[in-house]
Design a protein around this ligand. Structure first.
Ligand code: NAD
Length: 264
């Protein structure tokens, strides 16, 4: 514990359970004194998110479906009413129909393409608009991406294209909000076994591949991502914006399979 986030308040969107990347980040900032509000998608998740929030002293826990403007407005109105202003926002939300997270990208239908873009990319713009309106003295917006945005990774397909658009959004939003002292960054996380990841074909193989071939020879944890999230949400990163920061045991620098890796 420490005081890096003392006096800061923020909203964490995308906790589904205690394996969620958003939860790793929330815990890291709370341990440094941040006050955290949470949003969850749909009633089924409320009973999972509420106890997690309470365990770090948070009582502001709100429903929010980022596919619905009225739902986003209601959540941000509630935050505005409770706190008036915020200092940070974590967007750890993504969705694509898992039917299309296997097979060929080329076979993606329009509806699945638009839904993945809407929930995984536009939603960061939509919550960024609303969060920035509450950041009267600067702030930090953070989203989550994956290497599949930059290069082809197995089965990531339409999600990779949505993440590429998300990373481009980070750069445009950073430019739009920079003069107000609001920073916008992404963490490109290595594979982690979460609810969302379970929809990706051959995910166990992907985990193994990264473990054997990443420079650190291990997979990252939500604690690893939490630590880097803390840096990007705190004043430690006051000169950093528009950045896509890899938290992936170094996997993104590797150009060839590790010759000593065991067969998978
Ligand atoms: P997760 O399943 O714990 O979190 C995904 C969250 O998205 C859930 O809380 C879900 O409720 C939320 N969500 C989906 N549709 C929504 C909607 N319409 N409205 C509101 N919320 C919605 O999985 P995670 O792996 O922690 O995912 C968090 C982020 O990290 C995602 O953007 C994901 O793409 C990204 N990411 C994950 C990995 C990985 O390997 N797990 C790697 C890199 C990036």
């Amino acid at each position: 514990t420490g005081t890096l986030m003392q006096g800061k308040r923020g909203l964490v969107m995308g906790v589904a359970n205690d394996r969620s990347i958003a939860w790793g980040i929330a815990r890291a900032v709370a341990a440094q004194g941040a006050e955290v509000a949470f949003t969850y998608q749909g009633e089924a998740l409320e009973k999972r998110v509420k106890p997690l929030a309470e365990s770090i002293g948070s009582s502001l826990v709100l429903p929010c479906d980022v596919g619905d403007d009225a739902s986003m407005d209601a959540a941000f109105d509630a935050v505005a009413k409770a706190w008036g202003r915020i200092d940070f926002l974590v967007h750890a939300i993504g969705y694509a129909d898992k039917q299309f997270l296997r097979g060929r990208y080329l076979d993606t239908p329009r509806s699945a393409f638009l839904q993945a873009m809407d929930i995984s990319c536009f939603s960061f713009v939509a919550v960024g608009q609303r969060a920035a309106a509450l950041m009267s003295t600067g702030g930090s917006l953070l989203t989550l991406s994956y290497l599949g945005a930059e290069r082809v990774t197995p089965h990531y397909n339409v999600m990779g294209v949505a993440k590429a658009a998300l990373e481009a959004s980070v750069r445009y939003m950073a430019t739009d909000l920079g003069e107000r002292g609001i920073r916008v960054n992404a963490i490109s996380a290595g594979p982690i076994k979460t609810l969302a990841a379970s929809g990706i074909g051959d995910f166990r193989y992907i985990l193994r591949w990264n473990q054997y071939n990443a420079p650190l020879r291990r997979n990252v944890t939500i604690e690893d991502v939490g630590g880097s999230g803390l840096y990007l949400l705190s004043d430690l990163s006051s000169g950093v914006t528009g950045e896509v920061h890899h938290v992936d045991s170094g996997y993104h620098v590797v150009g060839m399979k590790n010759p000593d890796a065991p067969d998978i």
